[in-house]
Design a protein around this ligand. Structure first.
Ligand SMILES: Nc1ncnc2c1ncn2[C@@H]1O[C@H](COP(=O)(O)OP(=O)(O)OP(=O)(O)O)[C@@H](O)[C@H]1O
Ligand SMILES: [Mg+2]
Length: 541
């Protein structure tokens, strides 16, 4: 059934079209712009248009997609670069050049590509929803094709599979294709959630050693302007020990996104020695793209992440930044003249955010395997004010806080993670794991924290009396703390030091702490610090 546009106010459009539901996707105007129904009053629906709607006029036709906004899921997503509506950006560029016009809706997967499809399912096999009915090889992973319903197989095709051709048929004649759709705002079902137990190694010494992350965990990275959020997110995207990375550039600079694409297409994954892009999906909704699609981009991205998790894989979701997403939400809410809450954000900011973040976790999938979806989310609080609503709403649901410190960034101490205010609730679990595999992790971590804390207190004294006025034991402590900060916690993302294995991290901190203990023992035996340092320098030189 066709309807028509009755009112236009920015990206918010009223349409006269009966039988719509909240969340339905509609195509607005002659150029068929994608929109989503956000309010209903009788026959009149308010629609949020996700694309640039300049040129749209009253009376233009509106049609319904007869369902909510969905993503298409199947082999070929890895290596893809999509916008917030899952439109493949390279395909759009091929079709219409560098400046993408509105109203285009190319299929996000490559239907011309042939996949080697193999299966252990035979005719007569019964399948339940979410169980794999076969697999294809996608880059470095076995991409499991998951059934979208229950049924008994009447026919199975193996060999070359193109996505639009059936891989199998059910007894009732319904085909099983290599792809399916899923509504972006609906979490994909799982049997149950499991507690996260395995460390997610980021390769950043400061994080892995002091504030470890777990697979299935959620951490947030709030930081003021220029404190290194983007560099940290991108460095973790390169090195994290996961199978799939979904990276969302949400409202950030377009040139940074272009830089990321150039870099990732050249780099190798250090673990598999295969191109990094082969394990990466990028969703780009940069600051120069329509704001409303930014709101949907994190849902589009997280649904793709869940899809790979459902194959029993470890997936990492990175977003830069959630603040820009929240700003888009605020803009949409203001256009709808909703009652504003704190700082003008809608009152449902917290519930919308937690609904999204709760899609992370370790799960038992519908087919009985275990998969994980972890999130590391950058937040850019205006004026580095961490009391603002978006940071606070994220904090309520995150398990780890990596707080970026403006002063550290000014001193060019990168990653500028403040070791006093950051925390990880996953620390005990991760440490038990690391200690079992690599020895003394827990003792060294507490020693390291102690030294950094005591340095803080001593620094004030040193400012008054000068370093020479300190006792030898305190001077030694200041010296070790400086070494820990500069040689261990600092890690330049643009050098070979960008990534450290847990083994290297432990070796490095072991050496630093052992040197400290050795000299400290000498001091207790009555020697002078300068003599001991000289001896040490001679011995190592
Ligand atoms: N780990 C790092 N190693 C080396 N340099 C870094 C690192 N992190 C940040 N920098 C330096 O700091 C600069 C700013 O970093 P970045 O762009 O990541 O900040 P941001 O927090 O994303 O800023 P914005 O708020 O503007 O988005 C980088 O261009 C780089 O020079
Ligand atoms: Mg940035």
């Amino acid at each position: 059934m066709n309807g028509m546009v009755t009112r236009i106010s920015g990206a918010t459009v009223c349409v006269d079209l009966p039988d719509l539901k909240i969340g339905d996707r509609v195509f607005v105007g002659v150029s068929r712009l994608t929109g989503e129904v956000v309010r209903l009053e009788g026959r009149i629906a308010t629609v949020q248009v996700f694309e640039d709607n300049r040129g749209l006029g009253i009376g233009e036709p509106v049609t319904t997609a007869q369902g909510p906004l969905t993503v298409r899921l199947g082999p070929g997503l890895l290596g893809g670069v999509f916008d917030g509506l899952q439109r493949p950006l390279y395909k759009l560029q091929e079709d219409s050049g560098d400046f993408i016009s509105s109203g285009q809706d190319p299929f996000p997967l490559d239907c011309s590509r042939s996949w080697d499809f193999s299966t252990e399912c035979t005719v007569g096999a019964t399948l339940k929803t979410g169980e794999p009915f076969g697999k294809v090889r996608e880059g470095h992973i076995d991409h499991l094709l998951l059934s979208t319903r229950d049924g008994t197989l009447a026919q199975v095709n193996t060999g070359k599979l193109q996505l639009e051709n059936p891989a199998a048929h059910f007894e009732d004649g319904q085909p099983l294709l290599g792809w399916h759709s899923w509504p972006v705002r609906k979490a994909r079902p799982v049997r149950r959630k499991l507690p996260p137990v395995t460390p997610l190694v980021t390769g950043q010494r400061c994080l892995d050693f002091l504030f470890p992350m777990l697979k299935g965990g959620v951490s947030i990275v709030p930081g003021g302007f220029g404190t290194g959020k983007t560099v940290l997110e991108q460095t973790i995207a390169k090195f994290a020990d996961v199978d799939v990375v979904v990276y969302v550039g949400c409202g950030e600079r377009g040139n940074e996104m272009a830089g990321l694409l150039d870099e990732f297409s050249e780099l190798q994954d250090p673990r598999s020695d295969r191109p990094l892009m082969e394990r990466t999906i990028i969703v780009a909704n940069t600051s120069n793209m329509p704001v409303a699609a930014r709101e949907s981009s994190i849902f589009t991205a997280v649904t793709m992440a869940e899809y790979y998790r459902d194959m029993g894989l470890n997936v990492l979701f990175l977003a830069d930044s959630l603040s820009r997403w929240a700003e888009a939400l605020r803009e949409i809410s203001a256009a709808l003249e909703e009652m504003p809450g704190e700082d003008g954000y809608p009152t449902y900011l917290g519930s919308r955010l937690s609904g999204f973040i709760e899609r992370a976790g370790v799960v038992e999938t519908l087919s009985g395997t275990s998969g994980s979806l972890s999130m590391i989310l950058a937040v850019s609080p205006p004026g580095a004010d961490f009391a603002e609503p978006v940071t606070q709403a994220c904090l309520r649901v995150a398990g780890a806080l990596y707080m970026l410190d403006t002063q550290l960034a000014h001193r060019r101490h990168f990653p500028a993670i403040n070791w006093t205010h950051s925390y990880s609730l996953y620390s005990d679990t991760a440490m038990a794991h690391f200690t079992e595999q690599h020895g003394e992790w827990a003792r060294l971590q507490s020693r390291c924290r102690d030294i950094l804390q005591r340095e803080e207190a001593l620094r004030e004294v040193a400012e008054v009396v000068g370093m020479e006025g300190l006792q030898d034991a305190d001077r030694l402590l200041m010296r070790t703390a400086e070494k820990i900060r500069l040689d261990f916690l600092c890690q330049n993302s643009f050098t070979d030091d960008a990534y450290a294995t847990p083994k290297n991290t432990l070796e490095q901190i072991t050496t630093l702490i052992a040197e400290h203990e050795r000299i400290n023992t000498g001091l207790k035996e009555g020697a002078l610090l300068d003599d001991l340092l000289m001896e040490d320098a001679n011995a190592s030189g």
